[in-house]
Design a binder for this molecule. Sequence first.
Ligand SMILES: Cc1cc2nc3c(=O)[nH]c(=O)nc-3n(C[C@H](O)[C@H](O)[C@H](O)COP(=O)(O)OP(=O)(O)OC[C@H]3O[C@@H](n4cnc5c(N)ncnc54)[C@H](O)[C@@H]3O)c2cc1C
Length: 485
Amino acid sequence: MKLTIIGGGIAGLSAAYYAKKNAADAQVTLIETANRWGGKITTDRVAFDSIPNHLRDDGQFIIEGGPDTFLATKPWGVALCKELGLGERLQGTNPNKKNTYVLNKGRLLPLPDGLAMMIPTNVQAILKSRLVSWFGKARMGLDFLLPAKNVNPDGTGAGGDESLGAFVSRRLGREAYENLIEPLMSGIYAGDGDQLSLASTFPYLRDLEIKYGSLARGALQMRAQSNGKAVQGSRSAFLTPTTGLAEIVEALIEHLSSHNVDLRLNTHAIRITRNLQLETWNVELDTQTLESDSLILATPAYISGGLLASFDPELASALQSIPYASTATVSLAYRLSDIPRELDGYGYVIPRREGRKALACTWTSTKFPHRAPDGYALIRVFVGRAGQDFPWDENKLLELAKEEVKLTSGITAEPILSRVFLWDKAMPQYNLGHPDILKRIDAALEKYPGLALAGNGYRGIGIPDCIHSGEEAVKRVCKLEGLKV
Ligand SMILES: Cc1cc2nc3c(=O)[nH]c(=O)nc-3n(C[C@H](O)[C@H](O)[C@H](O)COP(=O)(O)OP(=O)(O)OC[C@H]3O[C@@H](n4cnc5c(N)ncnc54)[C@H](O)[C@@H]3O)c2cc1C
């Protein structure tokens, strides 16, 4: 069988990996338009002695341009890392300084203890928190009394879905949503919580409401049930290989090269057509056309839609109706002596209502101490959210990030090192109606058993979800249903 995979991000790389694992004889070609593998995963390892005026000569900064860690509780990331021999290299987050803050009227206030599945469960901690007023706290308590709302289990159809903002406001009140929950949840998608689909982003919250009649009661029950059960084989809920997520990409490329996968960088897919007689797929490239029995599109949904537009406009239009938000990360390194406050936690999130351009700020070298040499700090400012103006200029972004750390942490020194990463149309927005779009896509795909989609545009944005989407795509096109990959 000949299989072509378009897109060399984590989803496409994983698809190639699982194709060779399950159908060793398959001739797999993986094409990527850029000059490097990994897509949104990109790690810059900056040797310390390349920095001017350095005081020491060891260590390196590990700067993540895109994702900086992955969730261990979704099993697919850890499983792939173990298969690639990276299991022992996975590092957890720093257990000694776990504070997370929320920016509130320009001040950093600690997130209350006892958040389970992002839902507050510790009444004492909520009562003490200055993030929510007394009125807001009383409103949160109504969660124990309010009835559940009836909705379609799969989130489709009229009244089947509800926005994240509407749902959390309905259960816990608007103030708790805006000051506490919105920056944590919407930040994952760089999205607008009043647009994001509950069914597609946090379906377990609706399940808690239906099953337990209250979010807090449900989260408490779930926590009690999982007490004592550590995340399988790991020490922390978030993991990353020692020298950055690029280790996963590097290990995949090494594995695929040694398993005869035809790996092509700088190769742009222009159009896809179908040979109806032979039932094969043609991928038009700049200089040649690749023919294959099966095809996996691991490109962003709007690109996949464009590629398929000439032979299935309905499928193309469903794919192109998934919006994407643009974001950027700016990493700044400082001497610790230039930082006036202790970076005593993982960083802070910024509620939309604060009106800042930045979405969050990670104190990277506290969260992952091995990512900066001793005596230095690495900070990452995350910029850009759906519906907000975005300065598409590296210098402006750098200034914006420096302004953010000055305003919030009082840092006025110039960074000794900075890196800006721009991500154009990078974050799919699972907005209201996303479950209906997926239904349209699935219906259209039924006509083409040899075609599958993978990547962050559909059923999960995190790295483990993207890996899983690659596995699932392989099961579909290689007709491996029922086979455990
Ligand atoms: C700033 C940022 C921070 C994030 N933080 C986290 C995090 O901490 N943890 C986490 O789990 N997730 C995080 N995410 C999300 C996660 O990184 C992405 O969802 C995931 O990496 C996407 O992988 P993918 O393979 O679906 O897509 P991509 O990585 O976008 O890969 C698609 C590939 O297709 C290629 N391509 C496009 N068009 C063509 C064409 N015509 N021909 C050939 N190739 C083409 C692209 O060049 C690209 O390499 C973050 C994302 C961003 C942007």
